[in-house]
Every structure is written in structure tokens, then in C-alpha cells.
Design a protein around this ligand. Structure first.
Ligand SMILES: Nc1ncnc2c1ncn2[C@@H]1O[C@H](COP(=O)(O)OP(=O)(O)OP(=O)(O)O)[C@@H](O)[C@H]1O
Ligand SMILES: [Mg+2]
Length: 340
């Protein structure tokens, strides 16, 4: 996986950072949804040795799941965010505790089972990362009905972020169903892949942010050049997705809206670990739109947040104080104007 073998580790075992008091913001409400969250445990070790005990030199615990990550990133941008997630059993209680330390407005529905635990091992010698992903609790139809009701009640008429894998038991049409229940007043932001993405696109979201691979999978062919990406982004935008942003890793991103298609290269950073770059970019895009910006500002802030996270070690996210200056340095160019 990208960037994972070259990862450096931060000083760990430090207490989880408390969030700053939120700057009052006139921006509309942003709600993130996490249906398949996790407690993420990371260990730093020297090396894995078969049949031997290995002692960690550092470890950390984080709340996991893409929606929770986007909420953490929005908090760093001083955007008031509400994070809805499900929690189950003893691990779920720990998850709630970890979320409350980092997000000002958590909303939790307790479900049956046990929230999953994901384990990451960072080895220094040789440098490598190992990941074991757990299996989350199954969500049955009755629980899903209740969750749809929760999301509609919490959504207000701002932004709802639908991102991350679906839990066992939830069909690929789950996000599409939530979007239809939310109705057209809510601006839905979608970051997912495969059949779930295809079904969500049918419900015409406000913004989608696939990476190149996810977009190629959706389109059904390889898109090796920027021109290929921009043509397909424009074609999809014309079907009724208000903003189509395709992130291209080190090649930046394109963003298609009704005015045309823009591209920008990412700010130059010393890349350490790209884990969390996509979630950070989604947060940057939303923050710019929620504060009244247009596509060019959104692309600048999205790229700045993505790349600033790529410059951090491990799962650490960008520093909120640095991204505005990075965003100001991003040069956005119009690749293709809107068709006449
Ligand atoms: N190698 C890199 N160099 C500079 N910036 C990067 C790099 N990788 C990612 N980024 C930044 O992060 C943004 C999102 O990256 P990417 O396209 O890899 O998203 P993603 O695949 O959805 O990420 P994730 O794996 O976190 O879901 C990029 O547009 C860019 O701003
Ligand atoms: Mg992604």
C-alpha cells in the first residue's frame, strides 16, 4: 500500500490531545456517519520474530472509521461537526470514550455485538507496517431503520458525510437509502468504493471524492492521463453530481462542477505516511464549501489538508494551524470550461 513501508513513527504514549474550544462558526451543520467504526491499536516494535514475544516500545489507541476521521479533521479546521456512530459491547464503550476526547458533538447508538478492534504494527527493522482488520457487528434491518431515523433527525439542512465500509448485514444500497431519506435539502458528501459508490451516485450527491482507482472502477476502464480523468469527471458531473473530485495522490486532484473542470498539484511536502490523506482531503473540501467558498478554494484546502496529513507520521492528521498557508500556495488551473 502507498507510502506504508517508509513510515516513521511519532513520539507515542502521549495522552490523546484535547480539542481546542470551538471558534463559533456560522457555517451549516456538518454530520458524519460511521457505521463500521473500530478501536485502532498501534504498536511500535523493533522487529517481528516468529515464535517470540515482542515488546512494544510505544503504543497508541485511536477511535477509527472514516467518518470519525473526517470529523477529527473538521475539528482541526474549527468546523462544528456532529459525529454519529454505532458502538457495541465493551470495545464500544472504549470507542465512545476515545471519540468524546476528540470530537465535541458525538452521537452514539448502541447496538448488539462487539465493536471491532484493528491492530497496526510498525516495525523499524526492517521498516514495515502490518495491519490486522477486525470484523464489526452485524447490523440487522430493524437497527438500520432506527439508524436512518437517527441520521435524518440529526442532519439539519447542512452537510452529511457518508464514508467508509459498510458493516456486515448492510446491503450496498444502504447509503443510497439514507440519501433518499435525507431528501434534497441536505448536501451529501460521498467517499466510498465499489457497488456502494455506484448506488450512492444514483441518488445524486453534492460531492463525491473517489481516488483514481475507485473512479476507474466506477467508470469501468483505466484512466491513465489527466485528460482521461477530467473527461470522465465532467461527464459524471453532467449527470447531476454537483461536484466530482477525483484525488490522484501525488498528482493532486481534479474537481468538476457546473463551471468546468479544475486541476491542482498538491503542495510540496516531505511525505511520511499517506494514511488518512483521503479523509483529510474530504474534510478540507467540506470546510471550504461550508464557509461559503467555491470549487477553487475547496480544491486548495482539500489538497492542503491531504498533503499536510501525508507529511505526518503514522495515522496522525494535519496540523490545523498550518493548512491555510499551504492552501494559499496551491495553484488551481482550469482544465476545461463548462460546455456552452
Ligand atoms: N504522495 C503524496 N504526495 C503529496 N500529497 C499526497 C500524496 N498522497 C496523497 N496526497 C494528498 O492527499 C490527497 C488524497 O490522496 P489520495 O488520492 O491518495 O486519496 P485516497 O486514496 O482516498 O487516500 P486514503 O488512502 O487515505 O483513502 C491528494 O490529493 C494529495 O493532496
Ligand atoms: Mg479514500
Amino acid at each position: 500500500m502507498k507510502g506504508r513501508k517508509t513510515m516513521k513513527i511519532a513520539a507515542w504514549n502521549t495522552p490523546a490531545r484535547r480539542i481546542d474550544p470551538m471558534t463559533p462558526s456560522p457555517a451549516p451543520r456538518v454530520l458524519t456517519l460511521t457505521l463500521n467504526p473500530s478501536v485502532d491499536i498501534s504498536y511500535e516494535i523493533d522487529r517481528l520474530v516468529e515464535d517470540r514475544k515482542v515488546h512494544a516500545s510505544a503504543y497508541r489507541l485511536d477511535p477509527g472509521g472514516n467518518g470519525i476521521n473526517v470529523a477529527r479533521a473538521l475539528t482541526r479546521l474549527h468546523i462544528a461537526v456532529h459525529a454519529f456512530f454505532v458502538a457495541a459491547g465493551e470495545t464500544g464503550a472504549l470507542l465512545e470514550h476515545l471519540v468524546a476526547k476528540q470530537i465535541a458533538n458525538p452521537h452514539c447508538r448502541h447496538i448488539a455485538g462487539e465493536t471491532r478492534i484493528n491492530v497496526t504494527i510498525e516495525a523499524r527493522n526492517p521498516r514495515a507496517q502490518y495491519e490486522v482488520i477486525g470484523v464489526g457487528p452485524t447490523i440487522d434491518d430493524t437497527t438500520l431503520d432506527a439508524i436512518v431515523g437517527d441520521v435524518v433527525a440529526l442532519a439539519d439542512d447542512g452537510y452529511v458525510v457518508l464514508t467508509g465500509s459498510l458493516p456486515p448485514g448492510a446491503s450496498a444500497g444502504t447509503y443510497n437509502r439514507i440519501m433518499r431519506a435525507l431528501g434534497p435539502r441536505v448536501r451529501v458528501v460521498v467517499d466510498m468504493q465499489g457497488e456502494a459508490l455506484a448506488r450512492a451516485i444514483e441518488a445524486k450527491p453534492f460531492l463525491i471524492k473517489p481516488n483514481r482507482y475507485e473512479f476507474e472502477e466506477f467508470v469501468g476502464r483505466a484512466l491513465p492521463t489527466l485528460d482521461d480523468v477530467q473527461r470522465e469527471a465532467r461527464a459524471l458531473q453532467a449527470t447531476g453530481v454537483t461536484h466530482v473530485c477525483v484525488s490522484l495522490g501525488a498528482d493532486g486532484a481534479v474537481l468538476a462542477d457546473a463551471q468546468g473542470v479544475r486541476h491542482a498539484w498538491p503542495p510540496q511536502v516531505d511525505v511520511q505516511s499517506t494514511v488518512g490523506a483521503g479523509d483529510s482531503m474530504v474534510a478540507g473540501l467540506i470546510a471550504a464549501f461550508a464557509q461559503g467558498g467555491g470549487s477553487a478554494q475547496a480544491l486548495r484546502l482539500g489538497l492542503a489538508c491531504g498533503s499536510a496529513t501525508a507529511a505526518q507520521p503514522g495515522t496522525e492528521l494535519f496540523d490545523g494551524a498550518e493548512v491555510q498557508a499551504l492552501a494559499a500556495g496551491v495553484d488551481v488551473r482550469l482544465l476545461a470550461p463548462a460546455p456552452p
